[in-house]
Design a protein around this ligand. Structure first.
Ligand SMILES: [Zn+2]
Length: 380
């Protein structure tokens, strides 16, 4: 049922666990490590899909929770799936909606059957089960479908994390069963990805991986990180997961992170990433550069005619200076949001391309050392 997903590793870095891979899907080939821009409501905020493609995105992510609430499945079904709805023809991953239920919904009750929640929009009550989130993603027709998992906060007590692991395994089994007996509502076959939980506890992580490997899936995601735990605990957990997860399956690290986080996580064998940082921070005026971040609203840029990043070449840096971008932000011009988003996404997507190149050339350790020194050494 999943043999349409081909994953091959083209290069292993000799000094780190970084790997350069190819994920072959009916809608396109994805080179890894890769970054997925987020299109929460079916749009990468401020950009048209062809702009996202032009910036170098190979795959994007959209949110089942949000699309289910607005516009609702009936309309998306009339389009024949989310790709045609939003005009994106390349690969697309949808999350299960679970994370939003746990982080956004105003009320939620979890039991073994599923999770009941109130919409953050209008307070209406809904019930997500493993079967329903598979059915919803079948209708969306996304290329990667995520199993429903329970994601406790970073400071949750061990007992809660333990319960979440057990529930996530039982839900993964039900997702696999449902996935095996249904078909995509879109034009192409889909791939189901299971989510590992266990917080930063090594025993629970090991248990979660073992239980999910016994179920078998073509791809594994790492959930329950980047939820407020200390940085060292995040990377220690990734080091362990790099040993536990099968080498020949794609690993998707959910919700991470800063450019420095991505470089460090790729060195620990992670393949796929998503994060709101480049797009959300762009709209707050924060720009990513090889020398760290700068906030364009800062008074020091008011008369700075230099581009945000001299060697960038994106439409912002090729045409405008920092003072002009700052002016757009101060006056609330929509163009400012668009240009900052374009620059930040270009920065992230080019960073991934540089990582892939360093892996191919077998020099990831020295390249990443230089990158991190420049990025973290001079951060604002
Ligand atoms: Zn730029």
């Amino acid at each position: 049922m999943n043999n349409h997903l081909l994953f091959s590793i083209a290069a292993h870095d000799p000094d780190t666990a970084a790997r350069g891979g190819l994920i072959e899907l009916p809608r396109g080939v994805i080179e890894t490590p890769c970054f997925m821009p987020i299109a929460t409501h079916g749009a990468v905020k401020t950009l048209a899909p062809w702009e996202v493609r032009e910036l170098g995105a190979q795959i994007i992510l959209s949110n089942t929770y949000h699309l289910y609430l607005r516009p609702g499945m009936e309309l998306i079904n009339r389009y024949g799936g989310v790709h045609r709805f939003m005009g994106w023809e390349q690969p697309l991953l949808t999350d299960s909606g679970g994370y939003q239920v746990f982080s956004l919904a105003s009320m939620r009750k979890v039991n073994d059957d599923g999770v009941t929640f109130q919409s953050h929009l209008d307070g209406t009550t809904h019930h997500f089960t493993p079967e329903l989130v598979i059915d919803l993603q079948r209708q969306l027709g996304s290329d990667f479908v995520m199993a429903l998992d329970e994601c406790p906060p970073g400071d949750a007590p061990l007992r809660a994390i333990k319960e979440a692991v057990a529930r996530t395994t039982s839900w993964a089994r039900r997702c696999l069963d449902r996935f095996g007996t249904t078909e995509s509502g879109g034009d192409h076959p889909q791939t189901l990805c299971l989510v590992v939980q266990g917080g930063t506890d090594p025993h629970l992580r090991r248990q979660s991986v073992e239980e999910l490997l016994a179920l078998g899936a073509p791809a594994y995601a790492i959930g329950g990180l980047a939820v407020g735990e200390p940085r060292e605990a995040l990377f220690a957990t990734l080091e362990l997961l790099n040993e536990l997860l099968p080498v020949d399956k794609p690993r998707y690290l959910m919700g991470v992170g800063t450019p420095a986080d991505l470089v460090r996580a790729a060195a620990l064998g992670m393949d796929m990433f998503d994060c709101v940082l480049p797009t959300r921070n762009a709209r707050n005026g924060q720009l990513f550069t090889p020398n760290g971040t700068l906030n364009i609203r800062n008074a020091r840029y008011r008369s700075d005619l230099e581009p945000v990043q001299a060697d960038c070449g994106c439409p912002l840096c090729a045409n405008f200076g920092r003072a002009y971008l700052g002016h757009l932000f101060h006056t609330g011009e929509v163009l400012g949001l668009r240009l900052a988003t374009i620059h930040n996404l270009r920065f992230y997507l080019r960073l991934m391309a540089r990582m892939r190149q360093a892996i191919r050339e077998g020099c990831f350790r020295s390249w990443s050392g230089e990158f991190l020194q420049q990025y973290e050494g001079e951060a604002e």
